[in-house]
Write a protein that binds this ligand. Structure first.
Ligand SMILES: Nc1nc2c(ncn2[C@@H]2O[C@H](COP(=O)(O)OP(=O)(O)O)[C@@H](O)[C@H]2O)c(=O)[nH]1
Ligand SMILES: [Mg+2]
Length: 196
């Protein structure tokens, strides 16, 4: 898909500020630094629309990016930021869960993990939470540029087995660094009628 006019719309701190229209939302979930904001920039082919690098001061902000008035990419705060107190991390977790639970417009949850590592404890908690939301979701094994191209598919399969032994969730590799696999993700989004 060619994105023509992506716009940053709002950095919401409370549900009152969420956009008041019926556009579907594609939500990015994953630990801090896994590449959520980079994913958005890569998909829309813009360098800096979504702010990258973790900002611990902005952990309660949900950023809405309006993509050609067709749908939103929603950048949720990352969990597991190591410099944050446990208490603060728990608050972030609750904040993320509240959004996932209450938003009626989520059409896809994109769950990012790092292709180089086994899912963390927090990843597993979040994965289980996402399953309990009963909404469509896609797992992306990000930073695929960091491993040899021939290892990408077998590594994805292993990660999928670890996280989802039934292997019934869709999983694709991704790399913002190399900007490969973007067509696969667009194909998935369009094929599954996530956006119309
Ligand atoms: N090698 C590589 N680095 C990436 C990739 N995606 C993101 N990064 C880097 O990882 C860091 C965190 O990315 P960011 O998008 O801010 O992560 P977020 O906290 O999940 O939003 C930045 O330094 C990015 O340049 C990727 O696919 N490959
Ligand atoms: Mg980010």
């Amino acid at each position: 898909m060619i994105v023509k006019n992506p716009k940053f719309e709002i950095s919401a701190v409370s549900p009152k500020q969420y956009p008041k229209n019926d556009l579907p939302e594609i939500v990015l979930v994953g630990k801090s630094n896994v590449g959520k904001s980079s994913f958005i920039n890569t998909m829309i082919n813009r360098k800096k629309l979504a702010r990258t690098s973790s900002e611990p001061g902005k952990t309660r902000h949900i950023n809405f990016y309006n993509i050609d008035e067709k749908f939103y990419f929603v950048d949720l705060p990352g969990y597991g930021y190591s410099k944050m107190s446990k208490q603060e991390q728990e608050k972030v977790g609750t904040f993320i869960e509240q959004y996932l639970l209450n938003s009626k417009k989520i059409s896809l949850i994109i769950f990012l993990i790092d292709i180089r590592h086994s899912p963390t404890e927090n990843d597993r908690l979040m994965y289980n939470y996402i399953i309990s939301c009963k909404k469509p979701f896609l797992i992306l094994a990000n930073k695929a540029d960091k491993i040899a191209p021939t290892k990408v598919i077998p590594t994805c399969e292993n990660l999928q087995k670890e996280l989802n032994p039934l292997m019934d969730a869709a999983m694709l590799p991704f790399s913002s660094e190399k900007k490969i696999y973007t067509d696969d993700v667009w194909d998935y989004i369009l094929k599954e009628d996530i956006i119309l």
